[in-house]
Design a protein around this ligand. Structure first.
Ligand SMILES: *Cc1c(COP(=O)(O)O)cnc(C)c1O
Length: 368
């Protein structure tokens, strides 16, 4: 005896298409038997792991028979000190993806809605849909978030707004003045998620900083991650910063040991390795210039980015999925972004100089 176990699943789950991750290097190696592969598909740190982090993991590995510290005391206190917030305002997650899910589960249910922008990070629709919420998707402005349109779109049943700053996959950003203007318009009973996964790549002194806004807006949640600039994507550590009440709510939902002990130890070590962060930023700056110049030479337009990736545009007669496959044949993995409503773009993470050069050569080959 059997039945349709998809039809049996909760209604909100039935329409979900699973998240499509960047293609793993090993998978392409298996498929094509290629030895040398360049992956510029998941916005990872091209420097690889920090030596200080590796040493901390080595030390922490002796204790893996024990459960991790469920409260993440040391990581929370290190973060609290660096960011100038209270430890009671921090929720740790298995990547910031985990925290985004907790937030949706806490504030979305059937009968409620969430506002986010077209071309915004795809985890927002997934999380909202899984909880049975209604999505209100606002039009983008020059590929970025139109905060005025987002404020206008807030409905009576809206409980959540998602803003990614910088946004993935467009690399666009909004200014702190625009954020303040927006937050001033949002009713106190609407929770605003400011996803700062690429915060560390902002340049200059004037860049927006959600942490500085927390004290003024008790409905604000700032999320950050160790997966990108800190180079710990595989360890899965992210966090949310919010008022004590919101933090209390998220803590009720959080799985007891959602961040493992290697992740906790690695993240603490990463926070202490300032040189690694600086080096990553300068590699990113140089790679950004290299790719922008290279795209220019190939006659390709791109969306100006403030993050560690660039969405590059192709003529409408070019099928970007075919192009993606052709690049795979050349041993270069990038990211198609059709699911983001961007069928004419591919997203390219900024890599080391030789990786960027390999991508540009591969592009030149397949476009010729
Ligand atoms: C990569 C990314 C995240 C989350 O990554 P985690 O590895 O789960 O921390 C969150 N938001 C955006 C916009 C991202 O691009």
């Amino acid at each position: 005896m059997s039945c349709d176990y998809i039809a049996l699943a909760n209604t909100s789950i039935q329409g979900i298409s699973p998240y499509q991750a960047g293609k793993p290097i090993e998978e392409l190696q298996r498929e094509l038997g290629l030895e040398h592969i360049v992956k510029l598909a998941s916005n990872e740190n091209p420097l690889g792991a920090s030596k200080q982090v590796l040493a901390a993991l080595q030390a922490a590995s002796a204790d893996i028979a024990r459960y991790p510290d469920s409260n993440g005391f040391e990581l929370k206190h290190t973060l609290a000190e660096q960011l100038g917030v209270a430890a009671s305002q921090i929720t740790l997650g298995n990547g910031s993806n985990d925290v985004l899910d907790l937030i949706a589960r806490a504030y979305i249910e059937p009968g409620k809605s969430a506002v986010y922008s077209k071309h915004a990070f795809v985890v927002y629709p997934l999380a909202v849909q899984a909880c049975g919420g209604r999505a209100i998707v606002t039009p983008a402005r020059e590929w970025g978030h139109d905060l005025a349109a987002m404020a206008d779109a807030i409905d009576d049943d809206t409980s959540l707004v998602f803003i990614a700053n910088p946004n993935n996959p467009t690399g666009t950003s909004v200014s702190e003045a625009q954020l303040v203007d927006f937050l001033d318009k949002v009713p106190a009973n609407v929770v605003v998620v400011l996803d700062e996964a690429y915060f560390e790549y902002f340049e200059g002194d004037e860049h927006p900083d959600g942490v500085s806004l927390l004290a003024h807006y008790p409905n604000l949640i700032v999320t950050r991650t160790f997966s990108k600039a800190y180079g710990l994507a595989a360890l899965r550590v992210g966090y949310a910063l919010a008022s004590e009440q919101i933090t209390d709510v998220l803590n009720r939902l959080r799985a007891p040991f959602n961040v493992n002990s290697l992740g906790l130890a690695g993240a603490v070590a990463a926070l202490g390795d300032h040189d690694y962060l600086q080096q990553g930023r300068s590699v990113n700056r140089a790679g950004m210039q290299q790719l922008q110049a290279g795209f220019g030479n190939l006659g390709l337009a791109y969306i100006p980015s403030v993050a560690n990736f660039i969405a590059v545009e192709f003529a409408s007669e070019i099928d970007t999925m075919t192009l993606y496959q052709q690049l795979l044949q050349q041993g270069v993995i990038v990211r198609p972004v059709g699911v983001y409503g961007m069928p004419n773009h591919l997203r390219v993470s900024i890599g080391l100089e030789q990786e960027n050069a390999a991508l540009l050569t591969a592009l030149q080959n397949v476009l010729a």
